[in-house]
Structures are given as C-alpha cells and as structure tokens.
Design a protein around this ligand. Structure first.
Ligand SMILES: Nc1nc2c(ncn2[C@@H]2O[C@H](COP(=O)(O)OP(=O)(O)OP(=O)(O)O)[C@@H](O)[C@H]2O)c(=O)[nH]1
Ligand SMILES: [Mg+2]
Length: 640
C-alpha cells in the first residue's frame, strides 16, 4: 500500500498583490524538480496562474496548491492571491497551513495588505518566514524594509544567519536568549554558541511563533531560493495528526474538471481517507463518497488512492462546498475573517433566452463558494450576488464564459449597508392566534459597540419557557436579523430574552420560529435603526505636487486622514473613506497621477452613515410586521 512521503511541510506563500508570490512559487517548483522549465507571470506561462483570467491580467485569482520535494521533504505549497478582492481565498488557505512565507518587496516595503496578513498569521499562530523580494530592482533597500518590519511588526524579526556562519551578531543572540534558557547561559557567560546548536534553537523559536527569520533575494533572478527552501525545511513545523485516528479534514479549495466534475482540495488533520471511502460531511450533515484521491504536481497529478493525517490532496466525488468539514470538526482550526463582501451586484444574461442557464451556472458557482450568497428573485427574474470588488466581477464573467460558455454581464455594484439599533428599546409578540399556536416573547434590545456583532442572552427560566423553545428563538435570530427597517442586515446589538412563555397544550413545535422575527421587528420599530456603511483604509502615495489635490479628493469622498508625510518627491497619506464614494478611486488616481500614484486599500469596518447619504434595500419576502400575512407564509414555509 502506498504511504505518503514524509516528512511534510504545508506551506503558504502570502503577500500584498504583486509582491512576487507566483514568481517565487515558480522558482521553488523549478528547484524542487517539479517543472523542467521556468514559467513567467509576465508571459502568462507560470504554472500556478493557469486560469485564462489570471494569465490575461497577470494577477492570481485563486489559491493554487501543488506538491514538490526539497531535501526529501514533500512540500505542499499554496500560492495565494494578493488582491483584496480574493482575500477569501487566502482566508481559506490559512486554515490548512503549518507555516508561511510572507513576501515583501524590497522597494515598496510593508503595504496595507501586508499588515492585514501579518495580523492574521499572528492571530492564527502560524510560524512565519519573511522574504524580502525584488532586491534586484532599482531603489531596493532590504535593510530599510527590515527596520520597518522590526518597528511595525516585531523586534523578533532577525536576519537568518548563513549556514556557514559561525559568529552570530551579539544583538541577535541577546534577543534569542531572552526567550531561550540554554542560549541565555551561553550569552551570560560570553561563550560562543556552537553553530549547530544555535540553528536548532533558532528553529525551535520559529516553530513556537516567537522568532521570525528574515531572508532576502530576487524571485525573478532566482536569488536566495535555496536558502529560503532550506529554512522552510529546517525551521517550519511538520504537521501532526494520527493516521489511525478518527477522520478530520477541511475542504479549502474547489476546482472544476470537465470529466471528473467537482474536485475538492482537502487537508486532513487526523485519520486517513482512501478511494471509495464514505465520509461524513459534518457541515452539510451528509454522507459523501470518495471516488479518487490525487496528489497534484505542477502540471500533472498522480492517483495516490489515499490521504493521511497531516497531508493535502485533491479528492474527487465529493459534493462539498468550500469550508466544509469532513468527519470530526475538533482538530480543524477556525477560519480567520480577512474580509467580507461589501458589494452586491446584479447579473444579466446577454441573451434573454440564456437566463435559465445563467441561473443554473450561478447556482453551481455559489454552491461551490457560499460567500457569493446568490439570491434568485424568481418573480422579478433577478439574480444578485455578493462580491468583494470589481475585479472579482470580471473574474466571474470570465468563468461564466470559459466554463459554461455563457455571455453574461453585471450591473454596477452597490454597497452593502448594515443597520444597528439607534437606542435601547423593547420588542414584544403574543402569537396566540390563529389557533392552534402559543408563543409569547419579550426582548430587550440595546445598541452594541462597532464590530461587536450580535450578542444574545436569555434571562428566562426553563419552567416558563422550555429550553428547546429558547434554543429555537436563538436559532431563528440570524434569519430575523437579516433585514432591518431599511432592508439591511442588523448587527452590533445586544438582545436579551427577558420574558417568554409557552403553553403546555397549545404550543406547536415551530411556533417560536414564527414568533421570533415578529418580536424582533417589533423591537426594531421601537429602537429605530441607524445605517452603517463599510469603510476602507487607503494608503496613497503620489508625487508631491499632487498632495493637495489628493487631500481634496479624500474630503470630497467624506473621508478623514492622518498626518500626511512628505519625503523627498513623494507625498504619502493614509485615509479612511467610505466604500460607496471610493469605488472608482483607483482608476481616478491612476489618471490623475499619470499612473505614478500608488494606492493600497484594506477593509476598515463599518461606521454610522446618515440615511440620506446611504441607501435602502427593498424587502425580500413578507414583512414580519404584517402579522397575518407573515404568519400564513411562515407556517407554510415551515411545513414544507
Ligand atoms: N524585478 C523583480 N520583479 C519581480 C520579482 N518577483 C516578481 N517580480 C515581478 O512582479 C510582478 C508580480 O509578480 P507575481 O509573481 O505575479 O506577484 P504575485 O505576488 O504572485 O501577485 P498576485 O498573485 O497577483 O498578488 C511581475 O511582473 C513579476 O515579474 C523580483 O524578484 N524582481
Ligand atoms: Mg500570484
């Protein structure tokens, strides 16, 4: 029986857009013998950017997973996209990594998305190597970037000593000694540390997430690649997990194959899977059947027939969605939210006759990627999707064309607002008619802090309202909060169930699911709601002469900014602006600055917005405030 090659590294390459991740990946595949000839992102021939739209645009859109070898270690490498529109891909990949290479440019240094990614890596405790790329470019200054990293990220970012190095800088040793007792002894006694010991302690500190080795090089010229790969093998952890244990895995990526259909990329944390195994999909509550397990190399795959704990492979036969958990959810790390879709957009078929095909194509795409949250309004014949940005729209159009042979277009995107209670208030519902039914609920609703989401508690005793009815209220809340007074999702609030009553005879099992939306809407009517709009942080760099113009733009977009900086010929400012007013700013800045402006954006949460500057969304379905109609519809839906 074939056993997967061990040891393994599950490695992610992560960075701001254009930092050189795919170029670096190409070099690693080449050195690892995975490919015979180097491809290039600029000529559209790299191995991991294989989608048409990736090759046309020269950016990565999907995470790509491939395996190669370095010093007898199998490296499962995930090349992630850097563009913020595709943050969801990064988010999904982060869940399955044991280690990461965070790439920075030796010219641009830390960029907006680099900060976001660094925070995510630290929050998830993923051991990280830092690679300062593009040292061949004019204006490259790796020392300055290292200083930036130390100042903004961590003082524990240390240049990795060369293998042959015997003397480690005293400052480096001192830093390490703060976290390592053995090294502390050497340092205190002023004794030189044997190089082998030093390397071993260093690796241990990296694996503990305490130390962050910094390497430099040029991916395009293939400089610094061997050292980086050595560091991956020497310093980053091998996966744990017991192949004999109960199965536990997660689907982090889906591909579509003309013959095989849906192919799921699975990282297994525990247990083993084999061809023809049945496996429980814990997320969907279904049983799935595996038809084939493959290991993916740069441009071929091998039918390995088996996947063992700690490893990554592609699995055919599953109907899973991205993010689904197979088997035991216990060992699977939670997902770290990098971004949420901020825009909604309507899709149109170029030929009216293609509408039904467009519906089924988008259903298939949304089934693979739940983030799209496809809404099909049958009566209106409308299709709405949630997206991160305009580039994602182009990608969807291209997918519809290449995979489904469909010509489709999208309307102009509109912002997804939210709502939050304007003040504290109470919601009440007595659902006792038309019989048979009995559910009485009283809620206290209070505004919560920005970003706090929905906090729910019950202050009702079991005797008054059976706990399974209380559970039903809690389960119904997300649906009840999907549309507030202005049609947007209601968030940042505290809801307390202060009173509730069931009836021993009259209460029907689903009465509280019908009553909850009515009680909540009654409460929102009492509190009123404030509109919230999504914001982005923009780091803008332009030639000094354009500084005033940019400040004017920021104010006009209803933005605010902090301490603009002038260094030499460059004007730099960090601004926070509404998504609604800044959608086309990348294009506007481009033409204003003749392409010399640099702009990076990252999501900065939601903030209050006057209703007249925002928008309302038409209600879908029946308003729970229209009790008789709502009750009829809800009963019918719940019975179905
Ligand atoms: N001069 C120089 N250019 C590089 C280097 N590495 C990458 N590039 C160039 O930088 C651009 C972006 O490279 P990619 O490898 O596509 O960057 P990426 O990080 O994968 O980009 P996304 O996946 O779209 O976020 C291309 O034009 C590369 O040729 C390098 O070391 N030196
Ligand atoms: Mg790329």
């Amino acid at each position: 029986m074939p056993t997967p090659p061990r040891p393994i590294r599950n490695l992610g390459v992560i960075a701001h857009v254009d930092a050189g991740k795919t170029t670096l990946t190409e070099q690693m595949l080449f050195l690892g013998g995975g490919i015979r000839a180097l491809g290039s992102v600029d000529r559209g021939t790299s191995h991991t950017d294989w989608m048409d739209v990736e090759r046309e645009r020269g950016i990565s859109v999907r995470s790509a997973a491939t395996t190669f070898r370095w010093r007898d270690v199998a490296i499962n490498l995930i090349d992630t996209p850097g563009h913020v529109d595709f943050s969801a891909e990064v988010e999904r990949s982060l869940r399955v990594l044991d280690g990461a290479v965070l790439v920075l440019s030796a010219v641009e240094g830390i960029q907006a998305q680099t900060v976001v990614l660094w925070k995510a890596l630290r929050a998830m405790g993923i051991p990280t190597l830092l690679f300062i790329n593009k040292t061949d470019r004019m204006g490259a200054d790796p020392d300055r970037v290292l200083e930036e990293i130390r100042r903004q990220f961590t003082p524990m970012a240390l240049p990795l000593p060369e293998r042959g190095d015997t003397a480690v800088p005293a400052a480096t040793l001192e830093r390490m000694a703060e976290h390592d007792e053995l090294l502390l002894e050497y340092w205190a006694e002023g004794r030189p540390v044997p190089p082998a010991l030093l390397r071993e302690r260093m690796a241990a500190l990296v694996r503990a997430g305490t130390l962050f080795p910094v390497l430099t090089g040029s991916a395009i010229k293939g400089l610094g690649m061997d050292r980086l790969l050595d560091a991956v093998v020497d310093c980053l952890p091998a996966p744990g997990g017991d192949p004999e244990g109960p199965v536990s895995g997660v689907v982090f990526k889906l591909e579509h194959d003309k013959i095989m259909g849906r192919i799921a990329f699975v990282r297994l944390f525990n247990g083993s899977l084999r061809n023809r195994d049945a496996v429980a999909n814990a997320t969907q509550g279904t049983q799935e059947k595996i038809t084939q397990i493959r290991r993916v190399f740069a441009h071929r795959h091998e039918d390995t027939g088996e996947l063992m704990a700690g490893d990554i492979a592609s699995v055919c036969g599953l109907q899973a969605r991205i993010g689904d958990i197979l088997g035991d959810p216990g060992p699977v790390p939670g997902a770290f939210r990098l971004a949420v879709p901020l825009l909604t957009v309507q899709a149109f078929a170029a030929q009216e006759a293609d509408f039904p095909r467009l519906v089924s194509a988008l259903k298939e795409l949304a089934d693979e990627d739940p983030m799209l949250e496809l809404q099909w309004l049958r009566e209106e014949r409308e299709l709405h999707l949630r997206i991160m940005g305009v580039i994602q729209m182009e990608v969807l159009a291209s997918l519809l064309r290449t995979r489904f042979g469909l010509a489709a277009s999208f309307g102009s995107p509109s912002v997804i607002y939210r709502e939050t209670p304007a003040r504290a208030g109470e919601g009440f519902i007595e659902y006792t008619m038309p019989k048979p039914c009995w559910a009485v609920l009283r809620f206290a609703i209070e505004p919560g802090e920005r970003g706090s989401g929905v906090v729910y508690a019950s202050a009702v005793r079991d005797d008054d309202m059976h706990y399974r009815y209380q559970n039903q209220v809690e389960k119904t809340l997300p649906e009840a909060l999907k549309q507030g007074l202005h049609g947007w999702e209601v968030t940042d609030l505290k809801i307390t169930l202060t009173a509730g009553q069931h009836h021993l005879v009259h209460t029907h099992p689903l009465d509280f699911a019908v009553a909850t939306p009515m009680g909540i809407m009654n409460g929102l009517d009492a509190t009123g709601t404030t509109l919230l709009e999504p914001m982005v942080d923009c780091a803008i760099t332009v030639p000094a002469a354009l500084g005033n113009r940019v400040i004017g733009d920021i104010l006009q977009m209803r933005g605010s900014f902090e301490s603009p900086e002038l260094s030499g010929e460059a004007f730099r400012v960090v601004a926070r602006v509404p998504v609604a007013t800044s959608l086309d700013y990348p294009t506007r800045l481009g033409s204003l600055s003749g392409g010399r402006g640099v702009l990076s954006m990252s999501f900065a949460g939601y903030r209050e917005c006057p209703l007249e500057l925002g928008a309302t969304s038409p209600r879908r379905g029946i308003d729970p405030r229209d009790h008789s109609k709502f009750i009829m519809a809800a009963r019918k839906a719940l019975q179905a």
